[in-house]
Design a protein around this ligand. Structure first.
Ligand SMILES: [Zn+2]
Length: 241
């Protein structure tokens, strides 16, 4: 499968990056992991948004879901028929689209649970992870390739287990800069690296740095704690998993 980083910024967009959005493509099928603030714009550089087959939301915070409603507008204006499957933690629909406008015809909400979600060649598994709202980490397999995405998470055995043996761990490091009250809800670069090491992931891609973080310092910190290759997510990064 091919991973394209559409957006990777944490909390708010930065001058050069929208919030979290990752495009996965395999055998002509496209899924998005998150669709955060500002991501629908740059997504159009990499794929026709109306050709996306499903969206997986790690949790209903704006930096992970805000551009889902604009995608609904786009699909409506372009006459795309049929609902778009959206896999998300139970209860996310009301948080994402607001009360009274559930877009029931445009979106097919599916609760992330223990059963795998299958779409085309992709098998998607999720596990609950600690965050300030219900949140999941996501493991996606296609062919013999596997990528695990942390979403937003504190340190936990569930993420270690889900990521076990993945070719790529795409892991947040929003705690690269200290933000009051967020320490248990996010990972530092060192904690992301330790997670990748415990899971035996083939490589670590750090993501979701806040715009006021120092990317070079975050990368250096992670490399100290990782025995595997570490790189930094930037918009437009493409990786053959
Ligand atoms: Zn976030």
């Amino acid at each position: 499968m091919i991973l394209t980083v559409v957006g990777c910024s944490g909390t708010v967009p930065g001058p050069d990056a929208a919030c979290s959005c990752y495009l996965l493509e395999h055998a002509g099928v496209r899924i998005l992991l998150d669709l955060g603030t500002g991501a629908l714009g740059p997504l159009q550089r990499f794929a026709d948004p109306c050709a996306v087959d499903a969206v997986v939301l790690s949790h209903p915070h704006r930096d992970h879901c805000a551009d889902l409603v604009p995608l609904v507008y786009l699909r409506d204006r372009r006459g795309v028929s049929g609902p778009l499957p959206v896999l998300a933690p139970a209860g996310s629909a009301e948080r994402v689209v607001g009360e009274g406008r559930p877009y029931t015809d445009a979106l097919k909400w599916l609760d992330a649970g223990p059963e795998p979600f299958r779409i085309g060649p992709f098998t998607v598994r999720t596990t609950p992870v600690p965050h300030s709202v219900p949140a999941v980490a996501v493991r996606v397999s296609a062919g013999d390739a596997t990528l695990t995405y942390s979403g937003d998470s504190g340190v936990c055995a569930e993420l270690d287990d889900l990521a076990r043996g993945s070719d790529v761990l795409l892991c947040e490091a929003a705690a690269a800069v200290d933000t009051p009250g967020a320490s248990r809800n996010h990972l530092t670069p060192a904690q992301a690296a330790a997670t990748a090491t415990r899971a035996g992931a083939g490589q670590l891609i750090l993501t979701h740095l806040r715009p006021w973080a120092d990317p070079a310092a975050a990368l250096a910190e992670a490399r100290v704690h990782s025995a595997r290759p570490v790189s930094l997510a930037v918009p437009g990064l493409r990786v053959a998993v």
